[in-house]
Design a protein around this ligand. Sequence first.
Ligand SMILES: Nc1ncnc2c1ncn2[C@@H]1O[C@H](COP(=O)(O)OP(=O)(O)OP(=O)(O)O)[C@@H](O)[C@H]1O
Ligand SMILES: [Mg+2]
Length: 238
Amino acid sequence: MEQVCKSYSHGGTPVHALRGIDLTVAGGEFVAVMGPSGSGKSTLLNILSALDRPTEGSICLDGRDIAAMTDDEVTLFRRDRIGLIFQFFNLLPTMTAVENVLLPILLARRASVADRQFAHDLLTQVGLGHRLHHKPGQLSGGEMQRVAVARAFVTRPRIILADEPTGNLDSASGAEVLQLLRRQAEERQTTVVMVTHDRNAAAVGSRILWIRDGQIHQDSAAESRPAPPPAALQPGSL
Ligand SMILES: Nc1ncnc2c1ncn2[C@@H]1O[C@H](COP(=O)(O)OP(=O)(O)OP(=O)(O)O)[C@@H](O)[C@H]1O
Ligand SMILES: [Mg+2]
């Protein structure tokens, strides 16, 4: 992002949500974004995911200049290259875990046998191999978010963007979800930008970005913490 600004006009009064953001994130980095409520974190993520366009400045995502793309091109780019994880999971209640994971694929085409196998594999890797055909209402919050993590990876995206993915989970479930996210991102060499209010969550990343009043206030390496051994991912131990 170069000199990215985002202003909203609210009842005639402009709100300057982002005020000149310069940011480079390298492929494979795991960046946590922190900062007070209203500082512009979600706005930053919405612009990174091209759900929203900046008022000023330019954005290059995975080698593509977003500003030069039409809305249709942006939609396809997002569908194919970006995985999204939300605070409230955003799973479809009538669909099973596998169907929810396959959803980003189903938006593009019919799911192949290989796609279904990959969805099963991802759910197994997040410790839900025994919950493949449960619907969201039959899952715990932590389990729902693990489905959402699996879904975010199903298109093999280059970038995962997550807005407070642990904001609705207790600290133990939140920590599990983050370790799974980090492990998947490492294995699949996926770049992650995650907004969080939780310092412990932020420490899962390799870098912490502090936003204040729409500007980058501090940009520092996170204290590195080794991921727990894979045994922690077995369903019996969760
Ligand atoms: N659609 C909108 N119209 C007008 N103002 C908006 C709009 N969306 C966000 N804002 C304002 O922009 C600023 C940044 O909002 P943003 O949602 O990015 O904050 P945040 O850092 O994600 O906060 P939180 O931690 O509470 O989620 C806030 O002052 C907010 O009120
Ligand atoms: Mg927010």
